[in-house]
Design a protein around this ligand. Structure first.
Ligand SMILES: Cc1cc2nc3c(=O)[nH]c(=O)nc-3n(C[C@H](O)[C@H](O)[C@H](O)COP(=O)(O)OP(=O)(O)OC[C@H]3O[C@@H](n4cnc5c(N)ncnc54)[C@H](O)[C@@H]3O)c2cc1C
Length: 428
């Protein structure tokens, strides 16, 4: 928070916080930001007010909807703002779309059923690209008509109630008048390769799994981070094309692990055996309250535990301490020249960073093994006693470690990485 305030204190900025009703517990953060800064404005969209000092509420009412009068003409209905919005958005996807005597009552009905909510109307209108207005909202026709894999309401009701033999195990739920029905399937799939020549896959394109554990976006972003710096070096002619093969080699096992985890979570979440469910319902909440499990779960789900195995881009050594080669290097305060900053800020340059304990700085300056790579590596110092020098990859993982006079692992990594580039710069 201190860092955030120091960055925002004097700046003239507008921060937009959308859907804040999900984050009301964070309202004191908004208060603190406003108190500690001079020119900051915060625009919040929320279904509940924040109840913080200085708050100015601006209620945004839904659009007016037409009265349910059967005799209203198309022109009268088209004058209503919710119907007009539907027509405008529909025309954006179906050129020439107009309100006429036939579709006007249907659109008026849609606007009423969506309570005049602009976003809902826009989403419904976008569907006229593939469906006539009479079918854009389920319920006007049997829901099974709407999607190929939708089921009629009675099937959903039966599914949610459970099969007769299972009813005693879980409380029956009755759903009526559904507005949307679709089948949800848990996939567990991955592509057979991350790379074919100049085609590289990342994110859901290469691995998909259930949303349990919230891992998909995380995994995809880390894929991109792992690939991005390698692509940049190869595209600039600074490293050989084979560097791109390390992308799948490093990320494939991580994705396989994520697929296993998410599948296991779903298996536990959906188990049907009553005794197993009971054991789960008692043990999981109890374990979840222990600090050690919470720490482990946080490391696992945030994926900061990921460590890449030894290979050309991870040079292990026998010394103790962390971070070991392959592990993610946590952020810390560092000095870049005379500037105090953080390791992860320096890594944003997309280059390798040599993290040098201040005590080693003088010895390292004279090390000729690193001279050829001055243009590729940013050097920062940190307070770290006489701990190892760590070469950090642009994606934040430790590549290799060393100490002054014993920099073979680091020099070897840099030599092999840059050796095959078309345009290796050996420094002047
Ligand atoms: C219900 C649910 C909850 C989730 N919750 C979480 C969570 O809490 N945490 C988490 O980390 N992950 C979560 N995920 C997973 C996460 O949403 C995905 O893993 C992530 O969005 C994948 O990003 P992506 O960029 O790889 O693919 P996408 O987000 O699918 O992006 C691919 C894009 O490509 C576009 N596209 C497709 N084909 C074409 C084409 N031919 N031409 C042009 N564009 C095209 C698509 O329209 C889309 O915009 C959840 C997923 C679901 C379904």
């Amino acid at each position: 928070m201190e860092h955030l305030v120091s960055q925002l204190r004097e700046r003239q900025l507008l921060i937009v916080l959308d859907n804040f009703e999900h984050l009301l517990a964070a309202a004191p953060v908004v208060t603190e930001l406003l108190r500690e800064t001079s020119a900051l404005r915060i625009l919040v969209s929320s279904r509940s007010s924040l109840r913080v000092s200085g708050e100015q509420e601006c209620p945004v009412p839904p659009l007016a909807v037409p009265d349910p009068r059967p005799a209203a003409t198309a022109a009268e209905l088209a004058a209503c703002e919710s119907v007009r919005l539907f027509a405008e958005r529909a025309a954006a996807v179906v050129p020439g779309f107009r309100i006429d005597d036939e579709n006007a009552p249907v659109i008026a009905d849609i606007a009423r059923r969506l309570d005049g909510l602009p976003l809902a109307i826009e989403l419904a209108a976008a569907r006229v690209k593939v469906l006539p207005p009479a079918r854009v909202l389920p319920g006007r026709r049997p829901a099974g008509d709407l999607l190929p894999d939708a089921r009629p309401p009675v099937a959903a009701d039966a599914a949610l109630r459970g099969r007769p033999g299972q009813r005693a195990a879980h409380r029956p739920v009755t759903v009526s008048d559904p507005t949307w029905l679709a089948t949800f399937r848990c996939h567990r799939r991955s592509a057979s390769a991350y790379r074919r020549g100049r085609v590289l896959l990342a994110g859901d394109a290469v691995h998909i799994h259930t949303p349990a554990g919230g891992q998909g976006m995380n995994t995809g972003i880390i894929d991109a981070h792992n690939l991005g710096w390698k692509l940049a070096l190869v595209a600039a002619g600074r490293a050989p094309d084979t560097l791109l093969d390390s992308y799948g080699a490093e990320r494939g096992p991580v994705a396989a692990d994520v697929l296993r985890l998410t599948h296991t979570l779903v298996r536990y979440g959906t188990m049907t055996h009553p005794v197993k469910r009971r054991v789960r319902d008692v043990t999981v909440p109890a374990l979840g309250r222990t600090a050690v499990i919470q720490r482990r779960a946080a490391r696992r789900l945030s994926q900061v535990y990921v460590a890449y195995p030894p290979g050309p881009l991870v040079r292990p050594d026998r010394a103790g301490g962390t971070p070991r080669a392959g592990q993610r290097v946590p952020d810390r305060e560092v000095r870049a020249g005379s500037r105090v900053t953080t390791l992860h800020s320096v890594l944003r340059s997309g280059r390798h960073v040599l993290l040098v304990p201040a005590a080693h700085a003088a010895g390292l300056r004279a090390d000729p093994a690193l001279w050829p790579y001055r243009a590729d590596v940013d050097v920062v110092t940190c307070d770290g006693g006489t701990g190892p020098v760590v070469l950090v990859r642009p994606d934040g993982h430790a590549a290799a470690r060393g100490t002054p006079g014993s920099m073979e692992a680091i020099a070897g990594y840099l030599r092999d990485l840059f050796a095959g580039g078309d345009n290796v710069c050996h420094g002047a």
